[in-house]
Write a protein that binds this ligand. Structure first.
Ligand code: CA2
Length: 165
């Protein structure tokens, strides 16, 4: 029955589910990276960390990701952020600065997070002093990008978008 009567379309509207929401990536920066753009431009370039952050945010938006971009000079604070990422983020992009070469604590936190990790360095650590050739972070990283300056963060986001898709 009902012949020509049109059925009223029912709009099924559900509240946003985690899978509909943009995925968040933590972009964490370690000691002295707040000095970027002020000294040693021949090694680290002329961009400030704020310039790097703005470009990373723009790339993340193109990729449909949100980022939380942070810097700390304190190992414990970086470890707390990595622990926070377990519940708040889908992946971690990390330039641990000098802690890269020293911190088993950061390695343990990354491994405990079970999140995809991409390690970034502005400089090519393999063209520098031998103590920079070893990275604890690499043991927990899916991949490493180094030597490409601030652009490395954008490449890391491109890769992370695929890893968390
Ligand atoms: O190349 C990188 O991104 C590093 O992670 C930077 C660290 C260094 O200890 C690592 O071996 C490689 C140092 C960051 C210090 O950044 C400064 C920037 C401007 C002026 C002084 C320090």
């Amino acid at each position: 029955m009902g012949g020509s009567a049109r059925e009223t379309p029912v709009l099924l509207q559900s509240s946003p589910q985690p899978s509909d929401m943009p995925k968040q990536v933590f972009v964490l920066n370690g000691p002295n990276l707040n000095l970027l753009g002020t000294r040693e431009p021949e090694i680290y370039g002329r961009d400030t960390l704020d310039d790097v952050r703005k470009r990373a945010e723009a790339r993340a938006a193109q990729l449909g990701l949100t980022i939380s971009f942070r810097q700390s000079n304190h190992e414990g604070e970086l470890i707390e952020w990595i622990q926070e990422a377990r519940s708040e983020a889908s992946g971690i992009i990390l330039n641990a600065g000098a802690f890269t070469h020293t911190s088993v604590g950061i390695l343990d936190a990354l491994q405990a997070s079970q999140l995809p990790v991409i390690e970034v360095h502005l400089s090519n650590i393999f063209r520098r002093e031998s103590f920079r050739h070893h990275s604890y972070v690499s043991l927990a990283a899916k991949g490493v990008i180094c030597g490409l300056g601030g652009q490395g963060y954008e490449f890391a986001l491109d890769a992370m978008a695929k890893l968390v898709a």
